[in-house]
Design a protein around this ligand. Structure first.
Ligand code: SAH
Length: 398
């Protein structure tokens, strides 16, 4: 094999634990269980049921205290300040695909930046959300991974991205008239299973019916992971029924050690076995994410190896033509190579789709999301800085 599989930049270290930051985000109702929220409201001198009223407003996307007419006027401002502090500030929206894809750059209380992407399709609307500011998993083809980890997001910071997307759909901000957010994928910035507890709290909020959540269907929520095996096992034991996506990107350890460096901890066999156990327990097929990179992982023999490894498994393959990131020499596989790869997987009986890459022109596609505001000057078109990390959100819920 002569493919150049070297990383475009010096390999980064793997970072599992987020650096501790002095200033945590302010406490928010969405960080708390229902009982904790009721207790907090009582502590503020209000009846416990005010917590349910606040929750209903939060999950409906209501942020203006004046609109919360079921709360006593004199208490609104205090309750909102104490329980629903604004955690996400829009820095900018960028649209593509005739407005049906919208990327939002958010500023957090400490200046950290994250992105989410809302994608409307005829039959569904999916938001791709971030679980960390940056990422510690160091995948060399991913813009976020190359930027390193800034910090974990709080549950309320993660949930807030989904709530904002639901509110935008309900308000008809996305062309096609008012609609409903149907899907959430954890394919924005960060490794969700490296921020396990906050992501677990987020899952409850996404799945709980109103007033305590967005009421999404379990199968419409996808957690995507590099393959943190102990965390996959933990998720398996939760008794949930959400969709698991595993970012494989190579069927062999030699190459995967380079493309997904955490493979040096948990290898392909271990990751697939953990995903199999998830499928056995939940009865749900898992997704294998595979970014097709020209002459790196797209050889016919690798398609055959992937096909033979997945043939007897409850897995579906999502092929994503690589979205090139700034500074990388890597490129997407050409169409004939993509077709050949699909044909070989299908010949092994493996169900396969090639993901459509929405929002590429706004750096809103998988692996392209970059919280890059500090590197740009408003109103001036600058060339993309070489080191600018971009994270990409994928419409991976096909
Ligand atoms: N940390 C999680 C979520 C990250 S992003 C994970 O790794 O699964 C979601 C998907 O986009 C992952 O499968 C990731 O490998 C993929 N991805 C990242 N950068 C990409 C790029 N430049 N082109 C195509 N897919 C990319």
């Amino acid at each position: 094999m002569t493919a150049d599989t070297s990383a475009p930049r010096a390999p980064l270290p793997l970072v599992f634990d987020a650096p501790r930051r002095a200033a945590k985000p302010p406490r928010h109702l969405a960080d708390l269980t229902r009982d904790q929220a009721r207790a907090a409201v009582v502590e503020l001198g209000h009846p416990a049921f005010r917590a349910d009223q606040l929750a209903r407003h939060f999950y409906a996307g209501v942020t203006d205290p004046a609109a919360m007419t079921d709360l006593p006027a004199a208490a609104r401002a205090d309750l909102v300040e104490a329980m629903l502090p604004g955690l996400l500030t829009v820095v900018r929206h960028q649209s593509a695909d005739g407005g049906r894809t919208r990327k939002t750059l958010w500023r957090l209380h400490d200046g950290a930046l994250v992105e989410s992407v809302l994608m409307r399709y005829p039959e569904r609307a999916t938001v791709c959300i971030s679980s960390q500011a940056g990422c510690g998993m160091a995948c060399p083809f991913c813009a976020t991974g190359q930027g390193g980890l800034t910090r974990n997001l709080s549950a309320a910071e993660i949930i807030g991205q989904a709530v904002a997307a639901a509110a935008a759909m309900a308000a008809g901000e996305i062309p096609g008239g008012p609609g409903r957010l149907s899907n959430v994928v954890f394919m924005g910035m960060g490794e969700p299973l490296a921020n396990y507890n906050r992501v677990r709290t987020t899952l409850d909020a996404l799945l709980s019916p109103a007033p305590h959540g967005l009421g999404l269907a379990q199968r419409s929520v996808t957690v995507s992971t590099v393959g943190l095996v102990p965390a996959i096992r933990r998720l398996t034991d939760e008794g949930l029924n959400i969709t698991l996506a595993v970012s494989l990107h190579a069927p062999d350890d030699d190459l995967r050690n380079t493309l997904v460096p955490v493979n040096t901890r948990w290898n392909v066999t271990e990751v697939l076995e953990a995903a199999d156990a998830y499928a056995r327990t939940t009865g749900r097929r898992y997704s294998i994410e595979y970014a097709l990179i020209r002459d790196v992982n797209d050889q016919p023999w690798r398609a055959d190896l992937l096909g033979s490894r997945l043939a007897k498994r409850l897995a579906h393959v999502n092929l994503i033509p690589l979205n090139p990131t700034p500074g990388s020499e890597w490129d997407a596989s050409p169409l004939p190579a993509q077709r050949e790869f699909v044909a070989r997987l299908k010949a092994h009986g493996v169900s396969t789709t090639v993901r459509d890459t929405r929002g590429q022109d706004i750096d809103g596609a998988c692996g392209q999301l970059a919280a890059s505001e500090e590197l740009s000057v408003p109103g001036v078109a600058l060339p993309q800085p070489q080191l600018e990390p971009t994270i990409e959100l994928g419409a991976a819920d096909a």
